[in-house]
Design a protein around this ligand. Structure first.
Ligand SMILES: Nc1nc2c(ncn2[C@@H]2O[C@H](COP(=O)(O)OP(=O)(O)OP(=O)(O)O)[C@@H](O)[C@H]2O)c(=O)[nH]1
Ligand SMILES: [Mg+2]
Length: 305
C-alpha cells in the first residue's frame, strides 16, 4: 500500500477563515475562531485523513503589515509555515476580493518562496456573494498570480470543502504518515486550554478586548477521580485592563470561566475544574518566555528582523 503524507499551509489576511477551514478539515475544533482579526497567533497543526493520504494542515496567523513586536513575530511564523509546506493554500474572502492586503501577500509569495512551490487559491465565504462575482474574481486572481488550482468554498457551511480536500490529498508526496492516524492536532493540551480561554475572552469582550492580553496554563493536574484541574493566568499590560477582564463584580471572568470550562470538558471528555487569575504585567510584550508559551519566536519580533 502506498501512502501519502505532507503539509498544507493555510495563509491569508486576518479573518479570511483559515482556522474555520482547518477545524472543518480536521472535523474537530483545534484552532480558535472569532469574528475579530488576528485571532490565531501561532502555527497550529491539524491532521486530516483522506483515503491513503494524510494531510497535515498548518493554520497560520493572518498576514498583514506588522507594526508591533507581537505582530512581527506572528507574521514571521506565518511565512515560515508557508515556506515549509508541500502546498500553500491562499484563502481570500469572496466579498472583499483582491484587496491591498491580498496583493501584498501575492508579492510576498513571489519574493519569499522558492520558485515552483505549489500555491492554490480558495475563495472563501462564497455564501456571501452572487455566482457572477465569483467568476470575475477567479479571472482577476489568476491573472495576478499563477495558481495551480482555484476552489470556491464556504468553510463555515462546508461547501466545496470535500473537493478541495480530495485535490490536496492527491498533491501530497508519497511517504509514511507523519502522525498517528487518530491524532487530530499537535498542539500541547495546556496550550489548547489556554487558547480556549482566550477565545471566550475575545467573544465576551468584543471591542473592549485589550490587544495586550495573553493566557497561559500554569498548572495541569489529572486527578485520581478522572477529572482535571487547570490553573490559568490571564496577563494584561495595564491596571485598567484588569478591571475590564474581571468585569463588574467579577461577572465577566466568571462567565468566561464557565464557557471555557464547558468547552475544555467536552474536548477532554471528562470533568474539568478551571481556576482563572488575572495579573497585570506591564512588560509582558517584551518577555521572551511569553512568546515561547505562545509558540512564537521572540527574536522574530525584532524590528530589524
Ligand atoms: N459567512 C461566512 N463566514 C465565515 C466563513 N468562514 C469563516 N467565516 C467567519 O469569519 C470569521 C473569521 O474566521 P477565522 O476562521 O477566525 O479566520 P482566520 O483567517 O483564522 O483569522 P485570524 O486567525 O485572525 O487570521 C469568523 O467569524 C468565521 O465564523 C464562511 O465560509 N462564510
Ligand atoms: Mg485563525
Amino acid at each position: 500500500m502506498t501512502t501519502k503524507a505532507g503539509f498544507v499551509a493555510l495563509i491569508g489576511e486576518p479573518n479570511a477563515g483559515k482556522s474555520t477551514l482547518l477545524n472543518r478539515m480536521v472535523g474537530a475544533k483545534v484552532s480558535i475562531v472569532t469574528h475579530k482579526v488576528q485571532t490565531t497567533r501561532t502555527r497550529i497543526r491539524g491532521v486530516a485523513m483522506e483515503g491513503e493520504s494524510q494531510i497535515v494542515f498548518v493554520d497560520t496567523p493572518g498576514l498583514f503589515r506588522p507594526r508591533r513586536r507581537l505582530d512581527r513575530a506572528m507574521v514571521a511564523a506565518a511565512w515560515t509555515g508557508a515556506a515549509d509546506a508541500d502546498v500553500i493554500l491562499l484563502l481570500i474572502e469572496a466579498h472583499r476580493g483582491l484587496t491591498e492586503g491580498v496583493q501584498a501577500i501575492l508579492d510576498g509569495l513571489r519574493d519569499r518562496l522558492p520558485q515552483g512551490q505549489k500555491v492554490a487559491l480558495a475563495i472563501n465565504k462564497i455564501d456571501r456573494v452572487k455566482a457572477e462575482a465569483l467568476l470575475a474574481l477567479t479571472r482577476q486572481m489568476n491573472e495576478a498570480y499563477p495558481f495551480a488550482e482555484t476552489f470556491m468554498i464556504s468553510a463555515e457551511r462546508g461547501h466545496g470543502v470535500d473537493k478541495l480536500r480530495h485535490w490536496l490529498a492527491e498533491q501530497m508526496p508519497e511517504g509514511p504518515f507523519l502522525y498517528p492516524e487518530d491524532q487530530l492536532a499537535d498542539l500541547p493540551l495546556r496550550m489548547i486550554a489556554a487558547e480556549i480561554t482566550r477565545e471566550k475572552l475575545t467573544l465576551r469582550l468584543h471591542e473592549e478586548l485589550p490587544y495586550q492580553l495573553t493566557v497561559e496554563t500554569e498548572n495541569w493536574e489529572d486527578r485520581p477521580d478522572g477529572s482535571t484541574r487547570i490553573d490559568q493566568v490571564v496577563y494584561v499590560a495595564r491596571d485598567g485592563h484588569k478591571g475590564i477582564v474581571l468585569g463588574a463584580g467579577g461577572e465577566t471572568i466568571k462567565a468566561v470561566g464557565q464557557a471555557a470550562r464547558a468547552e475544555m470538558s467536552e474536548f477532554l471528555g471528562h470533568k474539568v475544574h478551571l481556576f482563572l487569575q488575572v495579573k497585570v504585567r506591564p512588560k509582558w510584550l517584551e518577555e521572551p518566555e511569553r512568546y515561547s508559551e505562545m509558540g512564537l519566536d521572540f527574536r522574530d519580533g525584532n524590528p530589524e528582523a
